[in-house]
Write a new protein. Structure first.
Length: 356
């Protein structure tokens, strides 16, 4: 079950945005600050809308600490209006997440001044609706708020949610977050590590084997007398391992959202990277939605798509800001999506036309 269409309202810098050309492999492109990462975060919230605190968690993706309530309004285009994210899946399931911002008032007592003051604490209300052929299936409500300060001054956070009857598994790879090898370890525990070896050997022929020792991922290099941490191979091999391990974690119907997929990759390895990722995503039945604005990444992708006879369904979405201003634009899109099919994308890139 893959995400087919999405509509986003009042989220981050997106006043209104919609796209109806998502595919098994979807690449979001466009200029800086056009909303690529915001769309990716909105998709993550939609897919994990029944997970407690997923909305404030996306602030963490941008180094806006989850424990600081003043960062919550940064989720909203207009804090006075609700966020609405709606998606339709290939099996016609409709899923909608609504998020509103409120403020809880509480009294703070200051012993030194022997008086009380009234403070306002940001609070989110998140509601999930899932409809199948217009029949209401379930909803989940979640409140995210900060508790009162403890006597020691430490802030605590609490989350309350109802049951989670509908779960669409997804993962998010953020540009600013540190590399996490947890899913590589899980892959080894499931004895699925052979899935990594062939792509890695195509990436670097010196690699003879890969294994987890303790909490570290180690590689056996030809001619080297001992195992080495995979980090010594550089960012390229590490990026490939992390992407493939996260695709595996989303296997059998999940979605991987990856921001700036090209980070750490030299242009010479991009064709190998794409062949491995596209084949792996298809084999594991995972939808991949990623952002990039690097021309070498798009050129190598067009080449690989043209070579693959059994490539997954593909869509390239170019995001562009509109120039509408004033009150008449309040309910109109401020970012639009120009979609390219696989054949349109390949032809456009091969002709040297600008698609970014």
């Amino acid at each position: 079950m893959a995400l087919d269409r999405i509509t986003v309202e009042n989220f981050r810098g997106l006043r209104v945005f919609s796209c109806d050309r998502l595919a098994d492999i979807t690449i979001l492109g466009g200029r800086n600050n056009c909303g690529k990462t915001s769309v990716l975060e909105a998709i993550c919230i939609l897919l994990l809308g029944n997970t407690s605190a997923i909305a404030p968690r996306v602030n963490d993706f941008r180094a806006l600490p989850i424990g600081e309530g003043e960062n919550l309004p940064a989720l909203f285009f207009d804090p006075e209006r609700d966020i609405r994210i709606e998606g339709v899946f290939t099996d016609t399931v409709r899923r909608e997440v609504r998020i509103s911002l409120a403020y809880a008032e509480q009294e703070d007592y200051d012993e030194a001044k022997t008086d009380q003051t009234l403070s306002r604490t940001p609070m989110l209300r998140q509601t999930l609706h899932v409809d199948n052929n217009s029949a209401h299936v379930s909803d989940v409500s979640m409140t995210f708020r900060r508790k009162a300060q403890s006597p020691e001054g430490a802030a605590a956070w609490e989350y309350a949610s109802t049951s989670e009857p509908f779960r669409k598994y997804a993962r998010y790879l953020a540009t600013q977050m540190p590399i996490d090898l947890t899913n590589v370890e899980h892959l080894f525990l499931a004895k699925a590590d052979t899935l990594l070896l062939e792509p890695l050997q195509a990436f670097d022929s010196r690699i003879q084997g890969i294994q987890v020792v303790g909490k570290r991922v180690m590689v056996n290099l030809h001619g080297c007398p001992r195992l080495l941490p995979i980090q010594v191979l550089g960012d390229g091999a590490l990026k490939l391992v992390v992407v493939l391990a996260n695709l595996w974690a989303c296997r059998n119907g999940g979605t991987l959202c990856a921001d700036e997929l090209d980070n750490g990759l030299h242009y010479s390895v991009l064709p190998l990277f794409w062949r491995s990722v596209l084949a792996f995503a298809k084999a594991q039945q995972v939808q991949l939605i990623a952002t990039t604005h690097r021309i070498e990444m798009l050129q190598s992708l067009a080449t690989v798509l043209g070579e693959m006879g059994d490539a997954p369904t593909f869509s390239y979405i170019n995001l562009m800001q509109t120039q509408e201003k004033g009150d008449e634009a309040q309910d109109s899109p401020n970012v639009i999506a120009n979609g390219y099919s696989k054949d349109e994308f390949i032809s456009t890139v091969n002709l040297g036309l600008e698609v970014r």
